[in-house]
Design a protein around this ligand. Sequence first.
Ligand SMILES: [Zn+2]
Length: 81
Amino acid sequence: MVQRCLDNLEDGRTSEIFVAQTCFASVSEFENNHIVALQEKRAHHKENPFINNTTAHVCHMCGRQCAAAIGLVSHLQSHKR
Ligand SMILES: [Zn+2]
């Protein structure tokens, strides 16, 4: 995209419309790529929710993994009932 801009600048065919179209196309491409990357990241994260949590809190009674310590505390309350 940048090379296309430079080529047009060298040709002397610059115009506000061309610059606006180029900027719009670049921003649209960036946003589309960003959305796809976020969707892939979300899908990957949903497959393994503890991937970024190196210290998953594991229940010593049933082996359930909790993302946060407070979740484990709450879960342990269920064993007392
Ligand atoms: Zn448990």
